[in-house]
Design a protein around this ligand. Structure first.
Ligand code: ATP
Length: 254
């Protein structure tokens, strides 16, 4: 945003008028309907909204995992709409991290090997100091030699968080990263995500249905029917719950 001072707040990603339609003719579904947003750098943004409102589609488009029908998307200064496959793959690998609901760890590798695997594949050497900070931030220092089967669900997701953080991506996208965890383990992982924003300056965008999870974010974007219908700063679980109760599935005040 251009502030009165003329200083532009750092933006990690930007979407301008994006439309995503699936199918054609009678089966055509508009999953995103002219969405324009800016994702602040070093901030934790949650995306909420009813089932089918376009949350995953928005995340996948912002992350370059899916293409848009029209509109433009930037990650940092790079416009990703129109990038050729090869460049897009490289951009995703170098600048974007993912945390999914399923932890997606390799069972034969220990925690540390899982954390560094994407960098090993990319032929990049992890920075030792950074890696140590990441491991300390997610509280895994005494579990590095354990294989996934020897870790709790919460610890496995912390390994997935550390794996995403290790490469210092511009943005980490989380698709219901605590969806498979009980509330205690979920709270722990969310606490570590919060710390990675506060202590390491990480930018995180997370899709969630859970008001308690959303309350860990700095901002909640609400989608309904493929449109952004609200933008809440400094959410609390109560405010989010209240917001969800007051609006129906199309984002209208009931
Ligand atoms: N590959 C696809 N082909 C056709 N329609 C799709 C496809 N993916 C998503 N859609 C449709 O686009 C709309 C948005 O879907 P999306 O998965 O983004 O919603 P969501 O908000 O993430 O939902 P949920 O909370 O249930 O995961 C829905 O109407 C969905 O049916």
């Amino acid at each position: 945003m251009a502030a009165a001072t003329g200083v532009r707040a750092a933006v990690a990603a930007r979407a301008e008028g994006i439309v995503k339609a699936y199918g054609a003719g009678e089966t055509r579904v508009v999953a995103l309907d002219r969405v324009s947003i800016e994702i602040g750098s070093g901030a934790f943004t949650a995306i909420m909204g009813p089932s089918g409102s376009g949350k995953s589609t928005l995340m996948h488009c912002l992350a370059g995992l899916d293409t848009v029908t029209s509109g433009r998307i930037w990650v940092g200064e790079t416009e990703i709409t129109g990038l050729k496959d090869k460049k897009l793959t490289r951009l995703r690998r170098d600048r974007i991290g993912f945390i999914f609901q399923a932890f997606n760890l390799l069972p034969t590798l220990n925690a540390l090997e899982n954390i560094t695997l994407p960098m090993d594949i990319a032929g990049r050497k992890p920075e030792k100091e950074w890696l140590e900070r990441v491991i300390a931030t997610v509280g895994l220092a005494d579990r590095l030699k354990h294989r996934p089967a020897q870790l709790s669900g919460g610890q496995q997701q912390r390994v997935a968080v550390a794996r995403a953080l290790a490469a210092r991506p511009a943005i980490i996208f989380g698709d219901e990263p605590t969806g498979n965890l009980d509330s205690r383990a979920g709270a722990e992982v969310l606490g570590f995500l919060r710390r990675s924003v506060d202590d390491l300056g990480q930018t995180i965008v997370m899709v969630t249905h859970d008001p308690v999870a959303a309350a860990h974010a700095d901002r909640v974007l609400y989608l309904a029917d493929g449109r952004v219908v609200d933008d809440m700063a400094n959410p609390t679980a109560e405010l989010v719950l209240d917001r969800m109760r007051r609006f129906d599935a199309r984002g209208r005040v009931s």
